[in-house]
Design a protein around this ligand. Structure first.
Ligand code: C5P
Length: 318
């Protein structure tokens, strides 16, 4: 393989947690969760081409430093390190690449944009390097990179347990319409989890127990299958929401404004600070987004579920 070999582009969605039930912090520093992940049509595109050295660049989003511990580079190096059993006659001798990421998912926004970048990188490099790697092996590698990376690979809607990385797919549901309210500043996921721990220790909120959380997840899945956004709305729950609001109190006002302007419900997405507002229809989402834009919010209409990391044909490229 040489520098003139073709580039490969993958497209990977961001996510909203329709349910994020969080248990008490374990000895490993992670929290057991019961999550209903829902992939939405806000995409990260990763383009890779063979190069003798690792290179990484980002387009879109606010400027961010490219450090050696960036999740995209970690994904590339980890796949290279684990590639031996999957090499084919056509694999390059040197498993390196230049990687360009086109960002659309907000950075540090609670929508797993960084995890989407890592998942898209794994799929793109597996194809570029002509690795014969089964999906289950790619998912195993993904889980080593972060709790949300396996879901970014898979997309659709899934129940996640463990750290969120153990996935059980949910039957494809009809489309739901959302307005995502993004902010220029991010929230750090570990900081939000620490705040959650503090609030649990102070008795301000309670951690979720597993069995009721699994029953709640089943109820969410039933509402999803019905296609009825009104049935889904009262079931949306994010246990990290209080912690995120405690760090950024204006998030509560954003949720309240969304509901006043027609959202069926509003929740913080994952660890925030993106707020997901559920609309009753595509038209409802457009009108809601318009009202939120008029109030000075950064609003984007998205729908879900949508497929996980996949290779783009030239025709798909937007
Ligand atoms: O798995 P990932 O590297 O994305 O997690 C980032 C951080 O989020 C962890 O270091 C941990 O602080 C927190 N986390 C957690 N429990 C989870 C997932 C993430 O405490 N289930």
């Amino acid at each position: 393989m040489h520098p003139a070999s073709p580039s490969i582009t993958t497209r990977t969605p961001g996510k909203v947690n329709l349910l994020l039930a969080v248990g008490e912090c374990g000895d490993d520093g992670y929290h057991p969760v019961v999550s209903v992940y829902h992939a939405v049509q806000l995409y990260e595109d990763v383009t890779v081409a063979w190069s003798p050295e690792w290179q990484l660049s980002f387009r879109g989003g606010r400027p961010m430093p490219v450090t050696d511990d960036n999740l995209v580079l970690r994904a590339g190096r980890l796949l290279a390190a684990e590639a031996t059993p999957f090499l084919t006659d056509n694999s390059p001798e040197r498993l390196t690449a230049s990687i360009a990421v086109r960002k659309r998912v907000p950075i540090a926004g609670g929508m797993a944009g960084g995890s989407a970048d890592a998942a898209g990188t794994l799929v793109a490099l597996a194809k570029l390097w002509r690795l014969d790697v089964p999906k289950a092996q790619l998912a195993r590698i993904a889980a080593k990179l972060g709790s949300d990376v396996p879901f970014a690979l898979r997309g659709g809607t899934s129940i996640g347990t463990g750290r969120g990385d153990r996935l059980a797919p949910v039957i494809a549901a009809p489309t739901f319409h959302w307005v995502m309210i993004t902010r220029s500043g991010g929230l750090s996921t570990p900081a939000v989890y620490s705040k959650f721990d503090e609030m649990v220790a102070a008795g301000e909120i309670e951690a979720s127990a597993e069995q009721p959380a699994l029953a709640h997840a089943e109820a969410v899945v039933t509402a999803l299958a019905s296609g009825d956004a009104h049935a889904l709305a009262p079931l949306l729950q994010d246990d990290l929401q209080s912690a995120a609001i405690s760090l950024l109190p204006e998030l509560q006002q954003t949720i309240d404004a969304g509901v006043r302007h027609g959202a069926l419900a509003g929740i913080v997405s994952g660890s925030g600070p993106t707020v997901a507002l559920l609309a009753d229809s595509a038209h409802g989402a457009a009108a809601l987004a318009q009202s939120m834009l008029a109030r000075g919010h950064d609003a984007r209409v998205v729908s879900g579920p949508t497929r996980g990391a996949h290779v783009l044909d030239a025709d798909d490229e937007a």
